[in-house]
Design a binder for this molecule. Structure first.
Ligand SMILES: [Zn+2]
Length: 216
């Protein structure tokens, strides 16, 4: 666990703004219309030795383009928009934890899925966020091309930015199809990353409580 934590925080400085526009927009590029992707998918099928005109594949470029667009819709979403007005003044001072948030993303190195669970906790500082918003914040960043380390940091940074809590902790446990189906073919390995901010970084008791609750 401590190794993963070091890995995640070591990447933090390169991450850039956590909320607001996605990486595509930050690079000055807008996602193309789905229909513009279709000929490229057809070309890919052909290059793989397939016949894109055979009946089983005729609609595949359309379906793949739609699927890819949907799986990367986080580029067109914004944390502030997703959270909306769901921030409430509240004197609650103890840890709030949402555990086992389902997560599906695409690795940016192979465009293959990685999937697993996110656990998010924060200690409020006068404000709480609607609980259903935390999974939605996860999706804003998971539905992009990602590496798990950056995804973990971006979720923590976004919650810190919208909520200004006393601390926030994020743990992600995920399986990567690029490891399971190809290369090393390690079917049972899971990658664990964590990002700790504020009290979760500075106070061992808070961090230990979080990690204990996650693994209960
Ligand atoms: Zn990969």
């Amino acid at each position: 666990m401590s190794e993963a934590r070091t890995a995640a925080s070591a990447i933090a400085p390169a991450v850039g703004p956590a909320t607001g526009n996605g990486l595509a927009q930050r690079n000055g590029r807008q996602p193309a219309a789905t229909s513009a992707l279709e000929p490229h998918v057809a070309a890919l099928l052909e290059l793989l030795g397939e016949d894109p005109t055979r009946p089983g594949l005729v609609r595949t470029p359309h379906r793949v383009a739609e699927a890819l667009s949907w799986l990367t819709r986080g580029y067109r979403q914004d944390v502030a928009e997703v959270v909306g007005g769901a921030i409430f003044e509240e004197a609650h001072e103890s840890m709030v934890l949402v555990r086992d948030i389902e997560l599906y993303s695409l690795c940016e190195h192979h465009l293959l899925p990685f999937f697993g669970k996110a656990h998010i906790a924060y200690v409020p500082d006068g404000r709480i966020v609607g609980l259903s918003k935390l999974p939605r914040i996860v999706d804003v960043f998971a539905r992009r091309l990602q590496v798990q380390e950056r995804l973990t940091d971006q979720i923590a940074d976004a919650i810190e930015e919208v909520l200004r809590p006393r601390g926030v902790g994020v743990v992600i446990e995920a399986s990567h199809l690029c490891m399971m189906m190809r290369g090393v073919e390690k079917q049972n390995s899971r990658t664990v990353t964590s990002a700790m901010r504020g009290l979760f970084r500075d106070c061992p008791m808070t961090r230990d409580e979080f990690l204990r609750l996650v693994h209960e």
